[in-house]
Design a protein around this ligand. Sequence first.
Ligand code: CAA
Ligand code: NAD
Length: 281
Amino acid sequence: MKKIMVIGAGQMGAGIAQVFAQSGFDVFLNDVNESALDKGMKNIERLLTRAVDKGRMKDVEKTETLGCLTPSTTLQDAETCDLVVEAVVENMDVKAKVFKQLDEIAPKHAILASNTSSLPITEIASATSRPEQVIGMHFMNPVPVMKLVEIIRGLQTSNETYQAIEDMTHQLNKTPVEVNDFPGFVSNRILMPMINEAIYTLYEGVATVEDIDTVMKLGMNHPMGPLQLADFIGLDTCLYIMEVLHEGFGDSKYRPCPLLRKYVKAGWLGKKSGRGFYQYE
Ligand code: CAA
Ligand code: NAD
């Protein structure tokens, strides 16, 4: 695989495009929103500059990495790609539409991967005529730092597709873990109920935002408290994931906290919108 397209230039897509480019792949970074694309490209440049300043990267490597990246606003660019990694909003209708279009544009041999946090890969694959070449490639945030890629097999994902993505993960210097298609996979089935419980703890007045986070940081040695982590992930994404768990398992233990719904309705989406459980800027 030589040419990659990453769709969605938000916090995940930009990070995914950066790690592919750092490993020498030619990457299209695609977004429907030009200002989001511009922000994503600038963010990559800022992180590479920081790596050079910190002595973790040579200036020439930064130039080479940026040279591997091409901004794109049309899915038509996928017609030359061997692998597409989709990282748009966590919504099945939007993802299914993107995969249907990709299936028509991308070459027959191309693998279509999704960075979904929780949505069924089997259902995303059913929007295409090549379900055996559809797979979950779930990177963790922040992508350039986190070592894990959770690889999710849909019902019809072929062994060849799985092997190609596992090999690619090693080439990106990350560690693959194979999981089956189940709501929330492994990562968010475990992480998101903890975050949701932290929100209930706040909602029920048990402690303040800062104190809940301090308990988990100093008491459990988590690098971030759950409410800070929720802001970092994006409260909209957290809510979508809880809804997938709730619907997928049909168990009330996964019901999203009303306070989470309220914040998302208010447009308090966390760090990316400037306000969530904390205020930014
Ligand atoms: N993008 C790229 N690099 C980043 C970054 C970002 N957003 N934030 C921090 N870094 C880098 C910094 O550049 C820094 O390296 P240098 O100092 O060499 O430049 C390094 O990470 C450490 O950063 P800091 O010293 O500023 O801060 P820290 O030690 O607190 O680490 C952190 C930051 C790595 C984000 C750490 O707080 C952490 O691990 N937090 C938890 C992250 C986590 O749980 N991620 C998973 C989220 S869930 C998910 O992704 C799945 C899903 O589907 C929702
Ligand atoms: P984000 O809101 O930061 O970015 C989403 C981007 O997708 C936006 O720039 C938007 O303009 C773009 N977009 C929307 N529809 C599009 C379309 N049809 N074509 C092209 N671009 C489109 O979201 P994010 O946090 O980067 O999350 C993206 C995906 O990654 C979601 O599926 C999410 O669940 C998953 N994910 C998120 C995290 C996290 O911590 N935020 C971690 C792992 C996986």
